[in-house]
Design a protein around this ligand. Structure first.
Ligand code: SAH
Length: 399
């Protein structure tokens, strides 16, 4: 074991930086696992299984085969506009669409980076709650960072969303509709950075649940949304599970449940510290499930799915970027085997008013070097969208 006290480097802690942890009635760090009760969003095609869709259409007094036609419009052509649906009889078309494809996300604002290859969408939900998604073009793939909750109950001090508290869980269809809306924008040529002469139709290829919210705290809806993403068109979006990343602060029982779902999504654990002493402060949920339990669950996820897991690590200057922490992290990962994990450090994106800053480039390089020297594959994650407050941890949906 590495000695914390023998390290002659500065150790900044959340508490010494003026952060104070809110506590619950039992004196434990305040966490909101349950969603506050609010009016439910309207039921939408994307909330329903194929059988339920047919059922619902029949309830509206229409033949069941209309379900597939509607699903094709929504999941293949990304439209909810009755005017586009000329294969449906004009009589009753509006009612059918109103009944199964009610509007869920109203675009409030859109921010783009200079070259236009990143767009941040701010959406208003039916009850006024605000959420964001970020669309990014990379060579060979288009990634959408989506939200799973309005706000977040996990209270991580360095994350803008975490500081705002939880407004409510998003419904399955609200989660899925972010992708449909992004695909609609892509089809309309609204994302810049496309190679000249490129004419193939574009759609989102990769999803990261790294927008607002803790996906595993909204477990049932998130898992159903994933199932809809990977169901073949027109039943769903026809995406590859491998291109979908579910990122969590480490809700251990939910990680175990996810591993048993038999959907090979990529799993990411937001670790940010290899020692409980610091992680207790940095990730309040560590008061429930410790570093070793979270790592054991991550390893078990690999065992169950064969999918290499990611460890996320936001490098915060003098807080968690010490060389000994890189070594301790490598030791803990290697103790659980080789080839099952890689580490994704990311320089902290300071949130507005944040007291912490990103690690110095030299500290970051040294952190990576120690992991790599210990045989742990490590790649720095990019901080796309920083200048539009669209980077990780900056999604606060301030309107
Ligand atoms: N609740 C989930 C997913 C949302 S956050 C989770 O915690 O994993 C997605 C990632 O962004 C997480 O790894 C989170 O720790 C990280 N993050 C949050 N705030 C950040 C910030 N200010 N700078 C860099 N990464 C941040």
């Amino acid at each position: 074991m590495t000695e914390i006290t023998s390290t002659p480097v500065r150790q900044v802690r959340p508490a010494t930086e003026g952060w104070s942890q809110k506590l619950d009635a039992e004196g434990r760090p305040l966490l909101q696992f349950g969603s506050p009760k609010r009016g439910k969003p309207p039921v939408h095609l994307a909330d329903l299984t194929a059988a339920e869709r047919v059922e619902r259409i029949k309830e509206l007094g229409l033949p069941g085969f209309r379900a597939k036609q509607l699903a094709t419009h929504y999941f293949t052509h990304y439209t909810s506009d009755p005017a586009d649906m000329t294969d449906l009889p004009a009589a009753g078309r509006e009612e059918l669409v109103a009944g199964l494809l009610p509007p869920l996300l109203t675009e409030v604002r859109r921010l783009e980076t200079d070259r236009g290859d990143t767009i941040k969408f701010l959406w208003r939900l039916h009850d006024g709650a605000l959420v964001e998604s970020v669309l990014m073009r990379y060579p060979g793939r288009i990634t959408l960072c989506i939200s799973s909750q309005a706000g977040c109950g996990m209270n991580c001090p360095f994350c803008a969303t975490g500081q705002a508290g939880l407004t409510r869980n998003m419904s399955t269809a609200e989660i899925v509709d972010q992708i449909v809306r992004a695909n609609r924008a892509l089809a309309a040529g609204e994302l810049g950075g496309k190679k000249r002469g490129e004419t193939t139709p574009e759609r989102v290829s990769n999803i990261v649940f790294m927008g607002m919210g803790e996906p595993l705290a909204n477990y049932a809806r998130v898992v159903q949304a994933v199932r809809t993403m990977i169901a073949p068109q027109p039943e769903g979006l026809g995406m590859s599970a491998r291109g979908i990343t579910v990122s969590t602060v480490g809700l251990v029982p939910a990680i175990k449940k996810l591993a048993a779902e038999d959907i090979p999504v990529t799993f990411a654990l937001s670790l940010h510290a290899p020692d409980d002493q610091l992680r207790d402060e940095l990730i309040p949920v560590n008061s429930r499930w410790k570093v070793d339990e979270a790592l054991d669950a991550a390893r078990a996820y690999f065992d169950a799915t064969g999918r290499r897991v990611s460890i996320e690590y936001a490098l915060i200057k003098d807080m968690n970027d010490h060389g000994w922490r890189a070594e301790l992290l490598a030791e803990k990962l290697n103790a659980r085997g080789r080839g099952w994990v890689h580490v994704n450090p990311i320089p902290l994106n300071p949130t507005p008013g944040s007291i912490w800053t990103a690690s110095e480039p030299a500290a970051q390089a040294e952190f990576v070097r120690r992991l790599v020297d210990a045989g742990v594959p490590t790649t720095i994650r990019d901080t796309r969208g920083k200048e539009i407050d669209g980077a990780c941890g900056q999604l606060a949906a301030a309107d």
